[in-house]
Design a protein around this ligand. Structure first.
Ligand SMILES: Nc1ncnc2c1ncn2[C@@H]1O[C@H](COP(=O)(O)OP(=O)(O)OP(=O)(O)O)[C@@H](O)[C@H]1O
Ligand SMILES: [Mg+2]
Length: 350
């Protein structure tokens, strides 16, 4: 069993608040991603869970065991936390073959040789590396080394697995197939996973829930669908997926598009004053005949399965992406009309 609970976790390095008031309850068997731009505190949080960094404040609980409590000055060493880990630079030991690399955690636990070999071979089967058992790391591809690191993290059957950008060194195709392999292994073993990434499609496809972070703060915790369709603030809307922000003014129940005051949208959050409307490029349709807003076709990028348009509306460029759109239907300089759907709204944060 490996639930994980972080309560009011802070990490300060001198004056730098790397992590500020991180709270989460992770259920047993859940797959959670930490997602956010570089420097937002993902690795620092993971290192505190692992026990490589001491929180400045707060309590960490794994299963029913407190592993770190800043107030009591209590701190359990990493090797006693029963955690598996794969870090960004997936260090596999170059002087050991695959079997020895994967078996190492069992060796330090003094697991007898025969049982060790059996468990290692089971793991290698799981990560599809059985035929590579005798090879050394320099005889393996990056993706295969990655899987060796994963097998090594899993061999001691941790309830909790921490992965810090484990696919960052792989090419796009391999990353995608590894995503599915990691998800499949996680489901098969029923382990709890914390997965750090700054790749949003990775987080979207693999996670039960995503934690979006920025500058040491948790911005939102939610299911991928909820985060995408109902982002908590402008930062989250901007970081997850593509979005057009349009300045607006909120008055009563409506939010008026700046510069086109006859166009307004509902104001469910009861924003007052300066606001921002946000609409994703796939939620805008273009037409020649009429619509909410008039603009001028400025640029068209043919993407194969879709067309990526830039349309100038007043002083602003609006991005529109349409699947299977006829690239030749519009020309640069054409007068066009736009209709918006699923328009989100935020307070103007600055
Ligand atoms: N040992 C340290 N001493 C001082 N500052 C640190 C230390 N470790 C991390 N930081 C700072 O804490 C902040 C968070 O760093 P962290 O490594 O957690 O970011 P991250 O989200 O993992 O970023 P990336 O996506 O680039 O890996 C950064 O501003 C970083 O410079
Ligand atoms: Mg990091």
């Amino acid at each position: 069993m490996a639930e994980l609970k972080l309560s009011h976790i802070y990490k300060k390095f001198g004056k730098v608040v790397a992590v500020g008031d991180f709270n989460i309850d992770v259920a047993d068997g859940e797959f959670i991603s930490f997602l956010g731009p570089s420097g937002c505190g993902k690795t620092t949080t993971l290192r505190m869970i692992a026990g490589f960094d001491k929180p400045t404040e707060g309590i960490i609980t794994i299963g029913d065991r407190e592993v770190s409590n800043a107030e009591k000055g209590f701190f359990l060493a990493p090797e006693k936390r029963g955690i598996g880990m794969v870090f960004q630079s997936y260090a596999v030991w170059p002087h050991m073959n695959v079997v020895d690399n994967v078996g190492y955690p069992l060796k330090i636990q003094n697991v007898p040789k025969e049982e060790r070999l059996k468990r290692v071979m089971n793991m290698l089967e799981l990560v599809h590396l059985k035929e590579y058992a005798e090879r050394f790391p320099n005889q393996l591809s990056g993706g295969q080394q990655q899987r060796v690191a994963l097998a090594r993290a899993l061999v001691a059957q941790p309830g909790l697995l921490l992965l810090d950008e484990p696919l960052s060194n792989l090419d796009a195709k391999l990353r995608e197939s590894m995503r599915f392999e990691i998800s499949a292994i996680q489901k098969e073993l029923g382990i709890t996973v914390i997965y750090v990434t700054h790749d949003q499609s990775e987080a979207m496809t693999m996670s039960d829930r995503i934690v979006v972070m920025s500058m040491g703060k948790v911005q939102q915790i939610g299911k991928p669908y909820d985060i995408y369709t109902n982002p908590a603030n402008q930062m989250v809307a901007d970081f997850i997926g593509l979005v057009n922000f349009i300045p607006a003014i909120a008055k009563g129940d409506r939010i008026f598009m700046q510069g086109s005051e006859n166009i307004s949208f509902p104001n469910p959050k009861q924003i007052a004053g300066n606001a921002v409307l946000a609409v994703r490029p796939e939620n805008i349709t273009i037409s020649k005949t009429g619509g909410m807003v008039e603009g001028v076709m400025h640029h068209r990028f043919y993407m194969g399965d879709s067309v990526d348009y830039r349309i100038k509306v007043k002083e602003q460029f609006i991005r529109v992406i349409q699947k299977g759109s006829d690239y030749t239907a519009y020309h640069n300089g054409d007068k066009v009309f736009l209709d918006f759907e699923n328009v989100m709204s935020f307070e103007n944060e600055g």
